[in-house]
Design a protein around this ligand. Structure first.
Ligand SMILES: Cc1cc2nc3c(=O)[nH]c(=O)nc-3n(C[C@H](O)[C@H](O)[C@H](O)COP(=O)(O)OP(=O)(O)OC[C@H]3O[C@@H](n4cnc5c(N)ncnc54)[C@H](O)[C@@H]3O)c2cc1C
Length: 555
């Protein structure tokens, strides 16, 4: 509800009041990265948006991923070129413009064991991978290493059979923190966002054809009430089929749950100054640097248990340890494992396939369905492509607004909307410069404003001015993945380690050098930076003429 992006428990009663009393253009069900992205996408087009999340933001899959923003090298092998191409473009946009404070380049070493065949094969794949990047090139290109060079970078590797390696780059992100930031950015664009509010019924109009909103339950009080909206967008991840049931419809696809497990080990347990990726029988295994730890995973197995509480089994952990130990000089043992977490991929399975394919072979592309007028849903996809998924599902939801409500909705502009905290960190922009050139001050959607000043054609021209810093606390987001095992205490401490990530501190220093607070980011419960108060500069198509939104920022 706050235009500064604060999502504050103290505002809960007011937020619920707004949900009950308002008439929204779009109601989003689900507060993972896709739902938060859809709320931002719709709100930044100038629509009135509400989002309800049954538990906490990012409490589903969006806090339990491998935390990579990547094209996915292995999808090239499956000839999924479109997915890799789109994902790499998104990776580059996030690193260079939309979220450089959250999405950082990371290197991976791919060890080679078959000198003659493997190097040209993997090398050709990486040439293709690098060539799919956009023109920004925020991450370096791959390079070949000898066995000696590989051991220098990763002394943890066993020299046995090692024929060399290839070093390539992708990016990583704290997924829960990123999701929270997307939601806060949507709130800064006036989206009404409520957590612990679940959709329990999808409502239809008197003639039963068009969806008119949803009945929701406040999970704190148990009270139910209706939220009225011209369109409902379902971004419920592995819960999507259940929400379709609430609407009494069946989509052309069903969501197949695939469980992925990661273990967390101390950084000292694996001596390497780069991440690593290994081929496994069915897929790949990553060693992902995570501050003072390594995240090692993942698995990919069918799952039919409790969606809310996927848990790792002994077998999952043993599988990861065995796969990792195939290449390590000093094997990892159970004693090294300080945490384990499991998440569920919401994969799309066409109904006609009857679940025949193994989950590793299912495409990671997303699918949008419109099972009823006014109801659009999305499933599949990847964290990396959340912005495209959000764009596509909102496009589908508002496609008939012209016919049914006599108003056309402008296209997506989120490729021009940096997330909160990114202002001033664009590549080539001096850190901390405000929109009017004042150091350390500025509004939220800086990108479009700056571009507009440079004369680049913009979907909507805006001018923003800095507002006062609020000093309010943001809510702490979802817990990270579920921690298991007898070393839970240590694991919990480990889960916070990202806050001390040197990369985060680098951003802080840039922010301070620029004299402002905007470059700083001290984690999910950080104090918020300056608020943006924005006004429309040029007329833009107004989705709702009756709305008093003079201070809405359209970017
Ligand atoms: C192990 C693993 C590793 C992965 N690694 C990567 C990676 O490295 N890179 C990458 O790009 N992708 C990765 N992914 C994929 C990525 O994490 C997911 O595609 C993405 O997080 C899905 O987000 P989502 O918003 O669609 O779903 P979710 O995050 O699950 O959000 C759905 C939300 O809907 C809410 N909800 C459900 N029903 C209702 C209701 N009735 N009312 C209100 N709210 C409701 C839920 O509480 C939940 O918060 C990985 C996935 C897994 C499982």
């Amino acid at each position: 509800m706050a235009s500064n992006g604060a999502l504050d428990a103290r505002d809960r009663a007011a937020t619920l009041g707004q949900l009950a009393a308002g008439r929204f253009d779009v109601l989003v069900i689900g507060g993972g990265v896709t739902g938060a992205g859809a709320a931002l996408d719709a709100a930044s087009r100038g629509l009135r948006v509400a989002l309800v999340e049954a538990r906490d933001l990012a409490s589903g899959t969006s806090s339990r991923s491998s935390k990579l923003v990547h094209g996915g090298l292995r999808y090239l092998e499956q000839f999924d070129f479109k997915l890799v191409y789109e994902a790499l473009r998104e990776r580059d946009l996030l690193v260079s413009k939309l979220a450089p404070h959250l999405v950082k380049p990371v290197s991976f070493l791919y060890p080679l064991y078959k000198k003659v065949v493997e190097r040209p094969y993997v090398g050709a794949g990486l040439v293709l991978y690098d060539s799919m990047e956009g023109t920004r090139r925020p991450v370096p290109r791959h390079r070949h290493l000898s066995a000696r060079g590989a051991l220098k970078r990763a002394p943890a590797l066993s020299p046995d059979r090692l024929a060399g390696a290839i070093l390539y780059y992708d990016a990583q992100v704290d997924d829960a923190r990123h999701t929270l930031t997307v939601a806060r950015t949507a709130a800064a664009h006036k989206a009404v966002i409520a957590t612990r509010v679940g959709a329990v019924e999808v409502l239809r109009g008197p003639d039963g054809t068009r969806v008119t909103g949803a009945r929701v339950r406040d999970e704190e009080s148990g009270r139910t009430f209706d939220v009225s909206a011209a369109a409902v967008v379902v971004c419920a991840g592995v819960w999507t089929d259940l929400v379709h049931e609430l609407a009494g419809v069946q989509a052309g696809y069903r969501v197949r749950m695939s469980k992925g497990v990661h273990i967390v080990v101390p950084r000292a347990a694996v001596d390497s100054d780069t991440g690593m990726v290994l081929r496994t029988e069915k897929s790949v295994l990553f060693f992902i640097p995570w501050a003072r730890h390594w995240i090692v995973g993942t698995t990919d197995t069918d799952f039919d248990g409790d969606r809310a509480e996927p848990a790792a089994t002994e077998e999952d952990v043993e599988y990861i340890l065995a796969a990792a130990n195939r290449v390590l000089a000093r094997p990892l043992t159970r004693a090294d494992v300080i945490a384990v977490y499991a998440g569920l991929r919401p994969l799309v399975d066409p109904r006609e396939s009857n679940g025949g394919k193994p989950t590793t072979k299912l495409s990671r592309e997303h699918v949008v369905g419109v099972p009823l007028p006014g109801l659009a849903s999305i499933a599949g996809g990847k964290f990396t492509t959340y912005r495209l998924m959000a764009r596509d599902v909102v496009d589908a939801a508002v496609a008939d607004f012209g016919r049914d409500f006599g108003r056309e909705v402008p296209g997506s502009v989120t490729d021009q909307v940096p997330l909160l905290g990114a202002d001033g960190l664009h590549r080539g922009e001096p850190a901390g410069r405000g929109l009017r050139g004042e150091p350390g001050r500025g509004g939220t959607p800086a990108g479009p404003v700056r571009d507009a000043r440079r004369g680049v054609a913009q979907p909507h021209q805006v001018r923003c001015r800095a507002g006062p810093a609020t000093g309010r606390r943001a809510t702490v987001p979802a817990r990270r993945g579920r921690l298991r095992g007898d070393r839970r205490g240590r694991a919990a401490r480990g889960g916070r380690a990202h806050a001390t990530d040197p990369a985060v501190h680098r951003v802080s220093r840039r922010g301070r050098r620029g004299g402002g607070r905007r470059g700083r980011d001290h984690g999910p419960s950080a104090r918020l930076g300056p608020a943006a108060a924005c006004r429309r500069d040029a007329p833009v198509p107004r989705p709702d003429r009756g709305r008093a939104d003079g201070d809405r920022c359209r970017s």
